[in-house]
Write a protein that binds this ligand. Structure first.
Ligand code: ZN
Length: 379
């Protein structure tokens, strides 16, 4: 069972809508006619069934909403079908009056809705199967990491992995079934199998760009030998990109960096922008650190992914990856970049390119998670 946060509401006054094709849902110990709305008010969950009497449950406890016995195993929340059961929790890291909506779902039921959203539907079975194994491994690691520490393991979205909820997409359902229980292992641990859209031929070390956990600095998540990724994803549209952001916007974004640990030097009070140069690259040639110089010669530096994050909401951004060079002229920064996403682990466009030339899911995983073993953890 994995716990996936599908929504987080900042205002307790938000009304959540639930429905079920059978006409009712089980809420705690009560069977309630659908559709109904739910809100949080002064320490209580208030439920308004359509045409029925208002009901109240103490909000000290999370509220479990599930299909009535023998009904189809989905819950409709805000008009979308979610497989499994829904837990509403009056606690959230989003703020004091926020609440979380979490779906509790069996791993093998969860995964089709991940890969249906992560992959282009026209892509090949072998790429889908490799993606299913990577997504399963990643989810197992997140579940282990969080199960005793918070009320959800993953979020549905970029911070973990995408999830559409229930899906009947045939290739996604088939790929999950064909790889049931299969996980990537390294030594005696499951690999947190990070993946991203397109590495641009310059794979990243996970430890430099997606995780601060030193245990994740392992062979399957290192960029390794650049030659192995030669021509990885060159035919993808995002293998090369450009973006233009005004120097003023870049300076403004840099001056708002609040975490001093990200930066060596100081970005406060920059006087214009003279250059942004790659200060360090990893063994595959991917930019990992940038040095920034202002018009008075002041210098500061920061990591590539931190720079990308800092520029996420400026006009002309966000940048597709942290692997780029910058050309500054006439008050504008032109970013010439490669790839889409953090670039660690499996490159989805590269996986599809391999599948097209007849590689199996095993060969794809061997290339992108070198030295990992494939095991079947459950049947
Ligand atoms: Zn690639």
């Amino acid at each position: 069972m994995v716990r996936v946060r599908i929504d987080s509401l900042r205002s307790a006054a938000s009304r959540l809508s639930f429905d079920h094709p059978s006409g009712s849902l089980q809420v705690g110990s009560a069977k309630i006619s659908t559709p109904f709305s739910l809100r949080l008010e002064e320490g209580s969950w208030i439920i308004n069934p359509s045409g029925g009497k208002e009901l109240e449950f103490p909000a000290l406890q999370p509220l479990l909403i599930e299909p009535a016995r023998a009904a189809s195993g989905i819950v409709q929340y805000q008009g979308v079908d979610w497989p499994g059961r829904v837990e509403v929790v009056a606690v959230s890291d989003e703020g004091a009056h926020a609440m979380d909506v979490v779906v509790q779902v069996l791993m093998e039921t969860y995964l089709p809705g991940v890969i249906a959203k992560e992959m282009y539907h026209s892509w090949d079975d072998d790429a889908f199967e490799a993606q299913a194994i990577a997504a399963r491994s990643y989810a197992v690691v997140e579940h282990e990491r969080w199960r005793d520490r918070r009320h959800y393991d993953l979020v549905a979205g970029q911070a973990s992995q995408a999830w559409v909820g229930a899906t009947t997409h045939p290739r996604s359902v088939k790929a999950v079934a064909a790889t049931r229980g299969q996980l990537l292992m390294f030594e005696d641990r499951v690999v947190p199998a990070y993946y991203s859209s397109c590495c641009g031929g310059h794979p990243a070390n996970a430890a430099e760009c997606v995780t601060e956990n030193p245990n994740h600095n392992i062979a399957p998540l290192r960029a390794g030998d650049a030659a192995v990724r030669h021509n990885c994803c060159g035919s993808a549209k995002v293998a090369r990109w450009t973006a233009t952001i005004t120097s003023a916007e870049v300076v403004r974004a840099l001056s708002q960096i609040t975490s001093p640990s990200m930066v060596s030097g100081d970005f406060r009070g920059l006087s214009g922008l003279s250059s942004i140069e790659v200060q360090r690259r990893n063994q595959s040639g991917r930019a990992t650190e940038f040095r920034i110089r202002d018009n008075k010669g002041k210098i500061a530096s920061l990591g590539a992914e931190d720079l990308r994050r800092a520029l996420a909401s400026v006009k002309g951004g966000p940048l597709k990856s942290g692997d780029f060079t910058v050309h500054i002229s006439s008050g504008k920064c032109r970013f010439d970049g490669r790839g889409f996403g953090h670039g660690s682990g499996m490159c989805q466009h590269g996986a599809q390119a391999m599948a097209l030339t007849g590689s199996s899911e095993v060969a794809i995983l061997q290339r992108y998670y070198p030295h990992a073993r494939l095991v079947t953890a459950w049947h």
